[in-house]
Design a binder for this molecule. Structure first.
Ligand SMILES: *[C@@H]1O[C@H](CO)[C@@H](O)[C@H](O)[C@H]1NC(C)=O
Ligand SMILES: *[C@@H]1O[C@H](CO)[C@@H](O)[C@H](O)[C@H]1NC(C)=O
Ligand SMILES: *[C@@H]1O[C@H](CO)[C@@H](O)[C@H](O)[C@H]1NC(C)=O
Ligand SMILES: *[C@@H]1O[C@H](CO)[C@@H](O)[C@H](O)[C@H]1NC(C)=O
Ligand SMILES: *[C@@H]1O[C@H](CO)[C@@H](O)[C@H](O)[C@H]1NC(C)=O
Ligand SMILES: *[C@@H]1O[C@H](CO)[C@@H](O)[C@H](O)[C@H]1NC(C)=O
Ligand SMILES: *[C@@H]1O[C@H](CO)[C@@H](O)[C@H](O)[C@H]1NC(C)=O
Ligand SMILES: *[C@@H]1O[C@H](CO)[C@@H](O)[C@H](O)[C@H]1NC(C)=O
Ligand SMILES: *[C@@H]1O[C@H](CO)[C@@H](O)[C@H](O)[C@H]1NC(C)=O
Length: 594
């Protein structure tokens, strides 16, 4: 039996009952941020240290132990990938700081402490009917760099499955935590107008965002440059932000139709989320962060589909990302599960293939043997949805999950028991004589291998998967984080010393290479030569030309008509509307969930 639990628990929503925008900056703090100008320091970029404190000591221990494990894992993630310029002193509570964050009182004992960290996150745990799994937002910023230094996070345990044995649930909780912390790092509407170029300390030439037909578009330079190449749309001017889901979900997240399962879209779908360069480039565009050695997840959604995709999505019925006939079943767009064509909260009028929760191929707990049909299936991180089925008896199914592998030349092979079938071309698989059924190799089989992001064993409850690599929790290494390791971790190995051309991060015992998109370097935070397409600016590689002098050397990058055609492009105004539609919106959300 197939069941669909569309996993659209919004990441960040409003308090419906009170109609309050609990996630916004307090007014005084916001006004001050608007007035401040960044003053950049000469300090080196160093890994981001996140420190967590629970707001109360009264939470159920079963929850805190699980959430602590999640938060410790994601702290390693952020230390591993993000760099900041550290402040001169430890984080201490100043008189001027608010005493309440998003309605939460901070205990005196927490305010009395000094925190040797770059970001302190106060964590609340609640069990409520409110329609969100978690939310997080910055509350205090450093007045020199404007970077958030204190944030608040709240977990709604009612929508957070605490299951210490299910890899998929564990991974989805890690994804939620990373998503929320990225908001806490300053990816929120309140901050958009304050992003600046960390090299010069100045604003970017064009506004950071603009509004068109009430929809927010982010237009920071690295993000736009990446998007132009990704979509093959050279005159793209802004990245559309979510326009559905209500305040707190809309505007704060990438548009679902544009980026689909990117981590920073507004809700969690069944299937995995991808941390792509859209998120990493945006983090660099804030001016607060740099990226160390990384390999972002690779997405196929809309890739190279041109400006028409970006502008029209499903409207002309000509993109396979979307589906056009309601309730038709098929394999999902990325072939990670069996799915049904429908709308959801964030899809607007478009429809796409939504994966049945129990037919998500990558979840090995979905593996059940149907005795009567004997249809052969395989669920696991290396499983793919194919059209057709195979069985030793006369029984058939339209779609099944099967094991696959990619050889070194990225040729796709399907594995059924001891048999291996070549799927380097699309078309039917030659089924052995003693089996019944039919199986089809996917169209564009090379894409399955090129855009594969899965990790062995989904990192086995001990790590986080990004672009085929597990980032393991402390004390573990190996390709799927199952080896105990008290040394340094590097590409699945456990080592006493970091290899040549890598640099140790002692706190998390990782060896890493050059900063993001860098070819050669003298340290993890000091690039000397960039990959082609990137430009060296103060030790890091940017995909853009911010400086006029560089523009003249590379005329193809000049685009005089770069301004969005909107009259309110400079508007950094935050409109807090309290109209009654919000209440209606929440009711709709609830109806969709149940
Ligand atoms: C920037 O910060 C430094 C160090 O705190 C200070 O000496 C300098 O006056 C500041 N510059 C401006 C323009 O505020
Ligand atoms: C925590 O979980 C254990 C085992 O499931 C249970 O026995 C215990 O009562 C729980 N503790 C609390 C405080 O809920
Ligand atoms: C938890 O969520 C369920 C729906 O999933 C809801 O019926 C229930 O009231 C919520 N519990 C609390 C305490 O809010
Ligand atoms: C949340 O609260 C409700 C009612 O108080 C309770 O039935 C439910 O078990 C709680 N959920 C969790 C995950 O603790
Ligand atoms: C845009 O928002 C304003 C106020 O929030 C509203 O009056 C107007 O109708 C909206 N326009 C569109 C096209 O939705
Ligand atoms: C990008 O679009 C142009 C036409 O606009 C096309 O000629 C070119 O082949 C496309 N490039 C890719 C990589 O798809
Ligand atoms: C999509 O459909 C529109 C309208 O039918 C057409 O103008 C356009 O060329 C099509 N685009 C592609 C990429 O097929
Ligand atoms: C098992 O297979 C039979 C025969 O194909 C089918 O009718 C039945 O729905 C299947 N059961 C499940 C749980 O998939
Ligand atoms: C590491 O670098 C040193 C000095 O450059 C060299 O002598 C040594 O052979 C290198 N080791 C490896 C394993 O490449």
């Amino acid at each position: 039996m197939k069941y669909l639990l569309i996993f659209t628990i919004l990441f960040y929503c409003i308090d419906c009952q009170k109609q309050q925008f609990t996630y916004r900056f307090s007014d005084g703090s916001k006004r001050k941020l608007e007035e401040l100008k960044p003053n950049i320091s000469e300090k080196e970029w160093e890994p981001l240290r996140i420190h967590f404190e629970y707001l109360s000591s009264n939470y159920n221990e079963n929850y805190t132990s699980y959430i602590t494990e999640i938060l410790e894992m994601v702290s390693i993630f952020f230390y591993r990938f993000l760099l900041v310029k550290r402040m001169n002193e430890k984080i201490t509570f100043k008189e001027s700081y608010p005493k309440q964050f998003y309605g939460f009182q901070i205990m005196q004992s927490l305010m009395d402490q000094q925190y040797d960290a770059d970001l302190v996150i106060f964590v609340n745990i609640e069990n409520s009917t409110k329609f969100y799994k978690a939310y997080c937002g910055p509350t205090v910023y450093d007045e020199l760099s404007l970077r958030p230094i204190i944030a608040l996070m709240s977990w709604n345990i009612n929508y957070t499955k605490i299951d210490k044995t299910n890899k998929i649930i564990y991974e989805s909780n890690l994804e939620s935590a990373i998503h929320e912390i990225i908001h806490g790092l300053g990816i929120t509407y309140d901050y958009f107008s304050k992003y600046y170029d960390s090299v010069t300390g100045k604003n970017y030439e064009n506004p950071n965002f603009y509004k068109q037909n009430n929809i927010t578009y982010l237009s920071t330079p690295r993000l736009i440059n990446f998007a132009r190449i990704y979509f093959n749309c050279s005159n793209l001017k802004g990245i559309q932000m979510e326009d559905n889901g209500g305040p707190g979900t809309s505007d704060f997240h990438f548009e679902r139709l544009l980026l689909y399962n990117e981590l920073m879209t507004g809700s969690q779908l069944t299937g995995n989320l991808l941390i792509t360069d859209f998120t990493f480039q945006l983090l660099q565009d804030t001016g607060f962060y740099r990226i160390s050695d990384y390999k972002p997840d690779q997405s196929q959604w809309g890739r190279n589909k041109g400006c028409e995709f970006v502008e029209n999505y499903c409207n002309n019925n000509n993109f396979t990302e979307f589906c056009y006939q309601k309730n038709i079943e098929s394999c999902s767009y990325e072939r990670t599960g069996q799915s049904i064509c429908m709308q959801e909260i964030l899809s607007g009028q478009c429809m796409y293939q939504q994966i049945y929760t129990d037919q998500f191929c990558k979840n090995d707990q979905n593996q059940v043997q149907n005795q009567s049909s004997q249809i052969i299936t395989y669920y696991g991180s290396d499983s793919i949805c194919l059209d057709g089925s195979i069985s030793p008896i006369e029984s058939y199914q339209k779609f099944t999950c099967q094991k696959f592998k990619c050889d070194i030349n990225n040729k796709l092979k399907i594995i059924i028991g001891d048999l291996e079938f070549d799927c380097s071309q699309s078309g039917p698989i030659q089924i052995p004589n003693d089996f019944f059924g039919n199986l089809e190799c996917p169209n564009n089989p090379e894409n399955v291998c090129l855009f594969r992001n899965d990790c062995p064993n989904s990192c086995g409850l001990k790590g986080f998967c990004i672009n085929k690599q597990c980032i393991c929790s402390k004390g573990y290494s190996g390709l799927d984080c199952q080896q105990i390791c008290d040394g340094y971790r590097y590409q699945g190995s456990c080592l006493q010393n970091c290899p040549n051309l890598t640099y140790p991060l002692d706190l998390i015992k990782y060896c890493i290479g050059c900063p993001g998109n860098c070819l050669s370097c003298s340290n993890y935070n000091q690039c000397t030569k960039c990959k082609s397409g990137y430009f060296l600016r103060e030790g890091f590689c940017d995909n853009l030309l911010l400086d006029k002098e560089l523009d003249s050397q590379n005329p193809e990058y000049i685009n005089e008509n770069n301004n969005p055609q909107s009259s309110d492009t400079n508007s950094a105004e935050i409109v807090i509307s309290t109209n009654s539609n919000i209440f209606l919106m929440c009711i709709i959300l609830f109806m969709l969930l149940y």
